[in-house]
Design a protein. Structure first.
Length: 113
């Protein structure tokens, strides 16, 4: 019987984790939601977040207790799971007022930025 498992397109392997994170989205990244991270690599993450959140294509992501803050692109969302492609926040993003606000929020949560 032929396997119907799609090929894994990831550039690097992900490690299973059980940690929490937060995403920011919307105008000036003023909206946020906490999520659970189920696997992670340097360039991607699978998160668990309630399906009531219809995530936009671009958002900001941080892993509680770890640096850095990432700019993320939503690759897929099915039910309560979503896949993100991650890139460290650019210098242009770090110069924005919303980035400073996010950094303060993370510091208050005890997250390294």
């Amino acid at each position: 019987m032929e396997s119907r498992i799609p090929p894994d397109r990831r550039r690097e392997p992900r490690k299973a984790v059980s940690a929490y994170g937060r995403i920011w989205y919307g105008p000036q990244y003023g909206l946020w939601a906490d999520c659970k991270i189920s696997d992670r690599s340097t360039s991607g993450a699978r998160i668990e977040i309630s399906a009531i959140y219809r995530l936009p294509r671009r958002l900001i992501f941080a892993h509680h207790g770890a640096a850095p803050v990432f700019e993320a692109v939503l690759k897929w969302q099915r039910g309560d799971a979503a896949g993100l492609a991650l890139e460290p926040a650019s210098a242009a993003s770090q110069a924005q007022p919303w980035f400073e606000r996010i950094a303060k929020e993370l510091k208050a949560l005890g997250t390294v930025t």
